[in-house]
Design a protein around this ligand. Structure first.
Ligand code: ADP
Length: 261
């Protein structure tokens, strides 16, 4: 997108020439559009569970239900509330990470336990989706880092992999030593990402296919947050993908002083 601004230069009342200002506003325009889409998407993502919660609470208030129905309704409310908590956590974490406000608590994080926790969190949903989830810790020892953030990093990558992998596919998570760093690979056999989108997927708000992403509850924050967390730990993240074949995300995190950069 190009903005052109033309001004006539006059001398003694007569036009003597023109000055044309040509500015490429593609980037700005894209960013602005991304922001607008993002706000719309977040609002939508928050409104959907809120509407559900409201109607279930109304039903609970309006009539007497048997205890079983009551409990079912309350579970729906809890589930929807959890969704909203996750979304707002992503938003807060991202803005906190960026402004450096969030306190960063560095502890020793055991690699095997870190992967185990992720496996336990996702085993059920992988199973119900018909996707095989394989988690393999080929490295022992500890990372120095913020345990919550590191959990979140794996969560975002594994949940993407599961989200974009149809039934019958496979998601593998593997951690191995690579010199002074730990290399964590999250690979899937899913739908993949078109080459032209690949350089942008770490940008905030960026979603490859809006319709598809919204249906799946995406906000375009997952990978942006994953990158922030990796960098905050002195690491790096990269992505490789082929449409129809699958996606591989590799995170390198320093195990030692000096790390892997
Ligand atoms: P979202 O909340 O939309 O998943 P992300 O930042 O996590 O946002 O990812 C950005 C976009 O990258 C997604 O909308 C999706 O289109 C694409 N993407 C991310 N991970 C994968 C994957 N494993 N397979 C296919 N597409 C992916």
């Amino acid at each position: 997108l190009i903005h052109v601004h033309v001004t006539a230069i006059r001398r003694h009342g007569a036009i003597d020439g023109y000055v044309a200002l040509i500015r490429d506003v593609t980037r700005e325009e894209k960013l602005q559009r991304a922001r607008r889409d993002f706000v719309a998407n977040v609002s939508h993502e928050l409104r959907t569970p809120l509407t559900t919660i409201k109607s279930y609470v109304e039903a609970l208030l309006m009539s007497e239900q048997d205890p079983e129905t009551r409990e079912q309704f309350l579970h729906v409310v809890e589930h929807e509330a959890d969704r909203m908590v996750r979304l707002t956590e992503d938003l807060l974490q991202l803005s906190g990470l960026e402004s450096g406000e969030r306190s960063y608590q560095e502890v020793q994080v055991d690699i095997v336990q870190w992967l185990d926790r992720a496996e336990r969190r996702f085993a059920l949903s992988a199973q119900s989706q018909g996707v095989q989830l394989q988690v393999e810790a080929r490295a022992r020892g500890c990372l120095w880092g913020d345990a919550d953030l590191l959990d979140r990093l794996l969560d975002n990558l594994v949940s993407n992999a599961l989200q974009y992998t149809p039934s019958g596919g496979r998601v593998t998570v593997c951690a191995e030593r690579d010199g002074g760093c730990l290399r964590v690979t999250v690979a899937d056999t899913g739908i993949g990402i078109p080459a032209e989108d690949l350089p942008h997927v770490f940008e905030r708000f960026y979603r490859v296919d809006k319709a598809r992403s919204r249906r799946r509850g995406g906000t375009g924050l997952g990978l942006a947050l994953a990158r922030e967390i990796a960098e905050r730990h002195g690491g790096r993240i990269r992505i490789d993908s082929r449409v129809g074949e699958g996606t591989t995300v590799v995170v390198s995190l320093p195990l030692e002083e000096g790390g892997c950069l």
